[in-house]
Design a protein around this ligand. Structure first.
Ligand SMILES: Nc1ncnc2c1ncn2[C@@H]1O[C@H](COP(=O)(O)OP(=O)(O)O)[C@@H](O)[C@H]1O
Ligand SMILES: CC(=O)OP(=O)(O)O
Ligand SMILES: [Mg+2]
Length: 410
């Protein structure tokens, strides 16, 4: 089956077309339209018998929302033409979308219909940059390929298993009841995927696995995995909370925000949002947001870059320490995504902060982890440290093929 994976960002569309083989094996019973609250089926169970192994083509459409490309609808028209060329007219069987916010409703991937698209649009206030883009992408594909089944895979879904003590904010209850102000958590597809890989590698069944995942890309989040499920996570109501990221502040005292407003009463919510999301994090501390650039400057003795690294590593280490407690003792610490997979220096710096947990890195293994899953700790380490290559697109392609296959059977 040929599956188009679409990731609609605020100003770009990342896409992949993947060949997915589906064995004639029954997947686990899997709710496809209305998943029950707080239910969650691990990816590897939901996609049993589905294997995506080959990327046929991939690419990026940028500058959406400029004079060049008006909106996501126009971008999808460009994509359709491009794909026709790149695939030599071969038809696509299904499309799978990364949707950032699934709110409290979605705890698993769903087959798309008009009502689902409206639900994603209704969640726009919680993810103003991402959800409207996804909805436009979904509608544009509906228009271009009216018969193509579409599936949405939500960043928030994996975190629907968190207990209320982890997801509620200590603010007046009506803020939650009336406005949905609570922790949702993001990067769930990645946290779920690498958790499955870790269990496989360690020979532990999902239900018995306790660990911590550090997904460190441009956006970064840590998740406490208890009994194989998300128990707590560092991102919150939006992807701004938690760790120090490329351009996002992560956690701070909310009074800082009100003080910014006090100083400059003319500042709009949008401007405040831009300061915290686009001008903060590594960028705010040292003027560079890309980890490679920050590391290079630090190696040359640049103090500001070194401070940015120290702060980011320290913040992450504090989360790891807290989550070790939250999961009742982690069996493994997993590093993944751009920085987690590619920066031995940052992994080392974080682990150096974790001596109290009895973590011991093997410097050679850390310098060049090999394969999809690599152990980088010594045999004496109290917690295994793993580097796992995440693949959100693959997970989305598998989930899409799995749901579409079930539909064809019915
Ligand atoms: N070899 C490397 N060393 C250090 N950082 C790296 C390396 N390769 C990629 N990165 C960092 O990974 C981050 C991007 O991660 P990625 O997961 O690709 O992001 P996105 O969230 O955009 O998917 C950037 O900060 C980049 O500098
Ligand atoms: C949710 C989020 O932070 O996504 P990204 O890492 O793609 O920015
Ligand atoms: Mg990412």
């Amino acid at each position: 089956m040929l599956v188009l994976v679409v990731n609609c960002g605020s100003s770009s569309i990342k896409y992949q077309v993947r060949e997915v083989t589906t064995a004639d094996e029954q997947a686990d019973p899997y709710t496809s339209s209305m998943p029950a609250i707080n239910e969650n089926v691990p990816l590897e169970r939901a996609t049993k018998g589905v294997e995506s192994d080959e990327v046929i083509t991939k690419g990026l459409i940028q500058n959406i929302g400029t004079s060049e490309i008006k909106d996501h609808t126009q971008a999808l028209e460009i994509l359709a033409e491009r794909l026709d060329e790149e695939l030599g007219g071969r038809p696509i069987d299904a499309a799978g979308h990364r949707v950032v916010h699934g709110g409290e409703r979605f705890s698993a991937p769903v087959l798309v219909n008009n009502e689902i698209i409206r639900a994603i649009e209704r969640l726009a206030p919680l993810a103003p940059l991402h959800n409207p883009a996804s909805a436009q992408g979904l509608r544009a594909i509906q228009k271009t390929w009216p018969d193509m089944p579409q599936v949405c895979v939500f960043d928030t879904a994996f975190h629907r298993t968190m207990p209320e003590k982890a997801w509620r904010y200590a603010i007046p209850e009506e803020m939650y009841v009336m406005h949905g102000m609570r922790r949702y958590g993001f990067h769930g597809t990645s946290h779920d995927y690498v958790t499955g890989k870790a269990c496989e590698f360690l020979g532990i069944s999902r239900d018995e696995f306790n660990g911590i995942v550090a997904h460190l890309g441009n956006g970064a989040s840590a998740t406490a995995i208890r009994d194989g499920k998300s128990f707590d996570t560092s991102m919150g109501y939006t992807p701004l909370a938690g760790l120090i990221m490329g351009t996002r502040s992560g956690d701070l005292d909310p009074s800082v925000v009100t003080a910014m407003l006090d100083r400059n009463p003319k500042m709009t919510a949008k401007e405040l949002d831009a300061i915290l999301n686009k001008e903060s994090g590594l960028q705010g501390i040292c003027g560079d947001s890309d980890m490679r650039a920050v590391e290079q400057r630090a190696q040359k003795g640049d103090d500001k870059a070194q401070l940015a690294l120290d702060m980011a590593a320290y913040r992450l280490a504090k989360y790891i320490g807290g989550y070790h407690v939250a999961v009742g003792g982690a069996q493994a610490l997993i590093f993944t995504a751009g920085i987690g997979e590619n920066s031995p220096e940052f992994r080392e710096q974080v682990c150096n902060e974790l001596g109290a947990l009895g973590i011991k890195l093997d410097p050679e293994l850390n310098a060049s982890p090999e394969g999809e899953v690599a152990r980088i700790s010594t045999p004496e380490s109290a917690i295994e440290v793993l580097v796992i290559a995440t693949d959100e697109e693959r997970a989305i392609a598998d989930a899409t093929a799995s749901l579409v296959r079930e539909r064809v059977k019915k």
